[in-house]
Design a protein. Sequence first.
Length: 215
Amino acid sequence: MRYSHVLWDFNGTILNDVEAVISSENTILKRRNMSIIQDEKHYKDIFCFPVIEYYKKLGHDFEKEDFDVLAHEWIEQYLNYSKSSKLQRGILEALQRIEAKGIKQVVLSASEKGILKKQLEELKIASYFDDILGLSNIHASSKVEIAKEWIKNKNIQKAILIGDTTHDYEVATAIGIDCILISSGHQSKERLIGCGVPIFEDIISLLESQLFNFF
């Protein structure tokens, strides 16, 4: 059976915003005279969900610092840096080809929903999606609950989630759908391998694969 729905992660999968995320956090770390993220490899080796645990790995102490204050400070930086972030190579073609097959597409993100919708509109791709699912806050905790709430109210024949982190795999597993991971996003291929699902270097590689013929 071919897929009736494709769920897309946003940050790192649709939007190539790794550099913007690193720059945002490094600005915050420099303000506190803390050690910065050295490079993309360093970042991909430590990034995780919930994001508060990633912050702790960087040295933030939430017994001394309010997480909500830090989250707002980070969002302010991210919205500035991400203005220059582009779509991942191949995304537009993927969205168009999947739409042409009559498959419904959904964005499922740990971003705050209002920010997510604005980014999709600015990127001129909002029209490709039947549903836009985001969190009600900026704490980037987990997508599992909104995914569960969404799928229980839908008549889903067969679905797949395309993402770039182990959390995307956890979400797909939690709602009983297939998963594909892309290693050009926020976590390294070495970390993704443990999920035991197909991994592609980028969206272009996915489009060129035999697997995409089954969509």
